[in-house]
Write a protein that binds this ligand. Structure first.
Ligand SMILES: NC(=O)c1ccc[n+]([C@@H]2O[C@H](COP(=O)([O-])OP(=O)(O)OC[C@H]3O[C@@H](n4cnc5c(N)ncnc54)[C@H](O)[C@@H]3O)[C@@H](O)[C@H]2O)c1
Length: 254
């Protein structure tokens, strides 16, 4: 029960890694607010958490819209009386070479993946300060520090998340708010499956290639990322701030 009685907001909790974070955090005693644009998926995460005896509410939120973020945080604080943890997981996946990426894609990928994280931090701050501190975990990616072919907008946004994390960690340390990020490698989620379909690749071949890129010769499971987020969100990480935790089976260590 490492998060016993802590109130945690998890954006992107309707699917994949965000859902696994909700499940693991609830198992560790956190009370959850799940913020996502996907109502059906969000309600399904709530159902799963409650089925295991956990506490969760879903709040439909587009993190790229500040008014919606502000309302979501207010609703969370009204429901639980505090906000102690924020996990910024929500993201969109916009890929391509620089000459092919549209203006709309650039604004979308930075609006959700970067500015959306900043809005969430801005609006949880008063509550974390009132609580005497807090923990923020941003989901970045190994794509934040390596190059991949035709991944320009997504990777640029994840690089920005890593810098957002460092700068926030510096500015918020006096308020006892720690800010870290998790950098997953290839993890099997609905987003991975959509990407495979987008590239028109055979499933077995796509997964074998992704697996081959790591020392462990397999892709990761969302729960393996969730445990990293759990450590960073918990008091066990009380002297950890401004740092990226890479969870990629060794893929970027070579
Ligand atoms: N799957 C991987 O291999 C991998 C690798 C590295 C990093 N990541 C990161 O992990 C996080 C989760 O990825 P995933 O693979 O679970 O993806 P996913 O698509 O399964 O989940 C992403 C969630 O974000 C939500 N979302 C999208 N736009 C939103 C918005 N504007 N407001 C609120 N919610 C929104 C979606 O509805 C979805 O529920 C992302 O930050 C992603 O960049 C994933």
């Amino acid at each position: 029960m490492r998060l016993k009685d802590k109130v945690a907001i998890v954006t992107g909790g309707a699917s994949g890694i965000g859902r696994a974070i909700c499940e693991v955090f609830a198992e560790e005693g956190a009370r959850l607010a799940i913020a996502d644009i996907d109502t059906q998926g969000g309600e399904e995460t709530v159902r799963r958490v409650r089925a295991e005896g956990g506490e969760a509410i879903f709040i439909e939120t587009d993190v790229s819209r500040e008014v919606e973020v502000e309302a979501m945080v207010t609703q969370t604080a009204a429901a639980y009386g505090a906000v102690n943890i924020l996990v910024n997981d929500a993201a969109v996946f916009e890929f391509g070479k620089v000459e092919d990426v549209t203006d709309e894609q650039w604004h979308r990928v930075f609006g959700v993946n970067v500015v959306g994280q900043a809005y969430c931090v801005k609006h949880v701050l008063p509550h974390m300060k009132a609580a005497g501190g807090g923990a923020i975990v941003n989901i970045a990616s190994v794509s934040g520090f390596i190059a991949q072919p035709a991944f320009v907008p997504y990777n640029a946004s994840k690089g920005a998340v890593m810098q957002l994390t460092r700068c926030l960690a510096l500015d918020l340390a006096p308020d006892n708010i720690r800010v870290n990020c998790v950098c997953p490698g290839a993890i099997l989620t609905p987003a991975t499956e959509r990407h495979r379909q987008f590239e028109g690749r055979d499933r077995e071949e796509f997964l074998a290639e992704a697996a081959n890129g790591s020392f462990m010769k397999r892709v990761g499971d969302p729960r393996e990322v969730a445990y990293g987020a759990l450590f960073l969100a918990s008091d066990e990480a009380s002297f950890v701030t401004g740092t990226p935790l890479v969870i990629d089976g060794g893929a970027t260590a070579q």
